[in-house]
Design a protein around this ligand. Structure first.
Ligand code: ZN
Length: 395
């Protein structure tokens, strides 16, 4: 990386509540909005002149998400030294597209990230920023991949990590987190119950009471790491695709990609057009699909979330309002697929394109047929599907 050019200063200016627009100081550790409990999001000084021509500089920078450092919250160059996260390939999939009747189809393969999933992006940024602001201990519940990423980046930045998984987590996840030096708690049927057990433990143990909660959207910066998927998609395509299809559990990736398109529009990088955003969930755990269909502003928790698609087994996403806002504002929608659809979709991607999809990515691919049947996508649309993880430890 010696030949690459360093990025400039972060343009981070403040935090703002996504629900009540209250402002918060970005230079101290924050969790949720102190006024309403909503998620805080990072805001940047997008009027800074150097940001408008930033894409011209990217080619000479290292091929990680830190090439977008001006639009990320971490100020110290030393803390931008991660594990090589981001800059995953956007794979053209013409044979798969022909099979599915979509002329222009790409899979963004997030399985190439450190620890094998898009969760690396969020944790790379959030853990680095937590370290920068003085955190020593961090914790989060996880359905699998987020825990791995948290454990790895906590090790990278010298923080102590505590991770809670539901009881049916494949043992390899627990072992790998422990190999990274993290403490692991296994409790409850889903990430929701694991999260409750985690908060009980944190409340009961003195050193953890002051620790930072890195649960999805309960702190502002995992979202910032994940938004870099949006920058990369737009830079690879020279603008926005028509449709982004996102397997949606906690929803940070979907919200992050949308935020990236809003920032790029404000910066004038491309024309202002944004993609239609679609959330994909499993029919046994589809709180967003159900809320979208009935026009609700918030989701009702799923009651029997029985899916082996771990990343989508999130019965009550904290950011339900924000996810639904993105789907509606973008002119997109939400689609549920069945458990039995996953295997065929994964086999198709592997068999005719050589792409190894996690169950979540397979769910997003399986949704394409449903979306076509319902005319949510047309044959001429430029469609990007996110494969959020490698199959890896799910095998
Ligand atoms: Zn608020």
């Amino acid at each position: 990386m010696a030949a690459s050019h360093a990025a400039g200063a972060s343009a981070l200016s403040h935090l703002e509540c996504a629900r009540c627009a209250a402002r918060a100081d970005a230079e101290v550790l924050q969790t949720v909005c102190s006024a309403c409990g909503g998620p805080l999001v990072a805001r940047y000084d997008l009027s800074r002149p150097d940001l408008r021509t930033l894409p011209e500089a990217f080619g000479s920078r290292e091929a990680t998400l830190w090439r977008f450092a001006e639009l990320l919250p971490v100020r110290s160059p030393a803390l931008r030294d991660g594990l090589g996260e981001g800059m995953t390939p956007l794979l053209a999939t013409p044979r798969l597209g022909r099979e599915l009747g979509i002329e222009q189809l790409w899979i963004k393969d997030e399985g190439r990230n450190p620890t094998g999933s898009f969760k690396a992006r969020g944790m790379a940024v959030a853990v680095a920023r937590a370290a920068e602001l003085g955190a020593r201990r961090v914790y989060a519940p996880s359905a699998g991949n987020a825990g791995l990423a948290l454990a790895a980046y906590a090790a990278r930045h010298g923080l102590e990590a505590l991770i809670a998984f539901p009881t049916d987590i494949p043992p390899a996840f627990v072992e790998e987190c422990q190999a990274y030096g993290a403490h692991v708690l296994v409790a409850g049927d889903t990430i929701r119950e694991a999260g409750r057990a985690l908060r009980d433990r944190v409340g009961a143990e003195a050193p953890w009471r002051e620790a930072l909660d890195l649960s999805t959207l309960r702190e502002p910066y995992r979202l910032e790491g994940k938004k870099t998927m949006g920058f990369e998609i737009a830079l690879d395509l020279g603008g926005a695709p028509d449709v982004v299809v996102y397997p949606t559990g906690g929803g940070t990736g979907l919200i992050g990609i949308w935020k990236a398109f809003a920032e790029m529009a404000a910066l004038g990088w491309f024309d202002a057009r944004a993609p239609r955003m679609f959330a994909v969930q499993m029919d046994s755990c589809a709180p967003i699909v159900e809320a979208f269909a009935r026009g609700a502003e918030t989701a009702t928790p799923a009651t029997s979330p029985a899916t082996r698609c771990w990343g989508l087994r999130v019965p009550a996403p904290f950011a339900d309002r924000e996810i639904l806002d993105v789907l509606r504002a973008s002119g997109g929608g939400a689609v549920a697929v069945e458990e039995g659809d996953l295997e065929g979709a994964a086999a198709l991607a592997a068999g005719i394109e050589g792409i190894d999809c996690a169950p979540e990515g397979a769910a997003a691919l399986a949704a394409l047929s449903v979306m076509e049947n319902r005319e949510m996508i047309g044959p001429g649309d430029r469609v990007v599907v996110l494969n959020t993880a490698a199959k890896g430890m799910y095998r």
